[in-house]
Design a protein around this ligand. Structure first.
Ligand code: 5AD
Ligand code: SF4
Length: 554
């Protein structure tokens, strides 16, 4: 297995980013095997394969023997086993990239047999909420693919429909029930599952509100999904996973990554902070960190697969505590992740102010691959409200963290979350939140109206703020931040920034991507293919939400 990733991901990309690394281009797709007549997919090393028909291979799992980078082709019989192949829609232009050690699979036979074991075989998965949910869905999809299911793009085409849900605010939770309502009549021949935070929060009640649902599973029970799927496949109509008191993390052998540019990686699950307004400790369970070795192994695999940017995820990512004997600190982990060959950018989110120490800033100063961006939710600028929210810091303590970040040798972008209209928030309290925007000079603010949530301590608080006032306060936050952000972006005119290109505009020669400070920048370039590459761009114009530039020429 030396040098070979133990899974292979085939993506629907033209993926120029890999072009420079192509070591061998002599393979085709859909070849007929001369010996047994089977359809074969074959690849070796890093290949770019042009496919000649609509086709998609989702995830490949390899038991692979053989060596990477010996410059030649090798067919290893053992690779024929343990394969998960799924055929699905594919880009009509027929281009894809195979990035792998050795892969060789009997496509037709594989899809047929997996279709049988997976009870009809197709699933549709829709995700609501945060990046943690997005990434959980990638892992759940990987798990289903490894059981032989195929992912489809519409609920109509699916035998199994899964919703990975969010309950952070009431509106998000309501959305799920309106989706479920659509299957009141036409859900009979489908398996419908609710995953994630609403599942955990509503539990068995979901079966009462929507009896056509068969699976209810909170994120802390995802480890047991294989058994739950087996029960569903056996025809069980009421399967639940609702424990949220676990010390285990959810790791999968295969992850079906949706974002071709930025690979997410959860390093800490759950939350122990108990903010008064927040459902997360209830829906995601207690904090549990993943072992540093396992994280680094995955980062190495991601780098092998061609990802150059990774984002480490956790509700309180900087509360990371390495459970292994290495006892790596979060800042040490950041530095090690940045050392992995092929990795050019490391991001992390969300940081909790209480656990934010100078070592993180020092690490960023030391290692340019650690991105110039910290998301540090303040929630309120009033110490009184912060106390009521149980945020565990005062306004002054928070501002000390901002000062730490501002003392770094390079400018670091800071973004935040703010809740307006928390019970008891007076005009004076709110004025302190507004002045926080002036003092902190954020590069981005996500503002929310307080939404009372089940099982949270703040439900018991008196003195609710009317929806009208919440709306007014939110608008004031947004207006103030608009002015601040416009000025901050304007100050970047003339600067040259490295941009990781992730989008090609319909307009000719127009591209966009992210700077290390996570700003979106669109720019023009005469290059034919830039997706997935890093380009130096000079800022020529700016707005509130984004920058405009020109590719810089030496
Ligand atoms: N009401 C409004 N906003 C909330 N958030 C968390 N819980 C609530 C709630 N009950 C916001 C916080 C958090 C972000 C992810 O969502 O600002 O940082
Ligand atoms: Fe919720 Fe607070 Fe934990 Fe963030 S730190 S997930 S706001 S309880």
């Amino acid at each position: 297995m030396e040098g070979i990733p133990n899974y292979v991901f085939v993506r629907s990309l033209t993926a120029s980013r890999w072009r420079p690394r192509i070591s061998n281009t002599s393979l085709g797709f859909g070849e007929r095997d001369q010996h047994n007549g089977a359809d074969l997919l074959e690849g070796y090393g890093r290949l770019r394969i042009q496919m000649n028909k609509a086709f998609d291979i989702g995830v490949e799992s390899l038991s692979a023997s053989g060596r990477a980078d010996n410059g030649g082709l090798e067919r290893s019989p053992s690779v024929h086993t343990n394969h998960i192949v799924h055929s699905n829609k594919f880009d009509a232009s027929g281009k894809t990239t195979v990035d792998c050690g050795v892969v060789s699979a009997d496509v037709t036979a594989a899809s047929r047999s997996f279709g049988d074991t997976a009870n009809g075989g197709t699933f549709f998965l829709e995700t609501f909420g945060c990046q943690m949910n997005d990434h959980d869905s990638e892992k759940v999809a990987g798990l289903l693919l490894s059981r032989g299911y195929r992912q489809v793009e519409t609920p109509e085409a699916a035998r199994m429909i899964l919703y990975n849900t969010c309950s952070i605010r009431e509106k998000a939770a309501q959305k799920v029930f309106s989706r479920l309502g659509e299957y009141r009549e036409r859900g009979a021949d489908k398996i419908i599952g609710v995953l994630g935070c609403v599942a955990q929060q509503e539990g068995q009640d979901i079966f009462k509100r929507a009896p056509w649902v068969s699976l209810v599973c909170g994120s802390a029970s995802y480890r047991k999904l294989p058994e739950m799927l087996a029960e569903l496949e056996a025809g069980n109509k009421r399967v639940t996973g609702l424990d949220n008191d676990t010390d285990e993390t959810f790791e999968t052998e295969i992850t079906r990554r949706d974002n071709p540019w930025r690979a997410y990686l959860t390093i800490i699950e759950g939350c122990d902070k108990a903010c008064a307004y927040c459902v997360v400790p209830h829906t995601r369970g207690p904090e549990r960190s993943r072992g540093s070795e396992s994280i680094l192994r995955e980062v190495r695999q991601l780098a092998e697969l061609g990802y150059s940017e990774v984002q480490l995820l956790g509700q309180t990512v900087n509360s990371y505590v390495d459970p292994t004997a290495r006892r790596m600190k979060f800042s040490e982990l950041l530095l090690e992740v940045a050392q992995v060959a092929g990795i050019r950018r490391v991001r992390f989110t969300t940081s909790h102010p209480r656990d934010f120490g100078v070592d993180i800033v020092e690490a960023i100063d030391r290692e340019p691959k650690l991105c110039d961006h910290i998301h540090l939710p303040v929630q309120s600028g009033s110490t009184k409200v912060l106390r009521a929210m149980a945020r565990t810091y005062t306004r002054e303590e928070y501002l000390e963290k901002i000062a730490l970040i501002r003392s770094a040798r390079r400018p670091i972008s800071i973004t935040t979350d703010i809740i307006v209209g928390f019970p008891g928030e007076t005009d004076e309290d709110f004025a302190e939140t507004l002045s926080m925007l002036d003092e902190a000079q954020y590069d981005g603010v996500f503002g929310f109206k307080y939404s009372p949530r089940p099982n949270t301590p703040s439900l018991a608080l008196n003195d609710p703020i009317s929806e009208e006032i919440k709306g007014q306060r939110l608008a004031m936050i947004q207006e103030k931040q608009r002015v601040i952000q416009t000025a901050r972006n304007l100050a970047m005119l003339g600067q040259e920034l490295d941009v990781f290109v992730s989008n090609k505009s319909r307009r000719e020669n127009q591209w966009s991507g992210h700077t290390t400070s996570n700003r979106v920048i669109s720019f023009s370039s005469q290059e034919k293919e830039l997706l997935g590459s890093y380009v130096r761009v000079k800022v020529t114009d700016s707005g509130t939400g984004s920058l405009v530039g020109l590719e810089a020429r030496d």
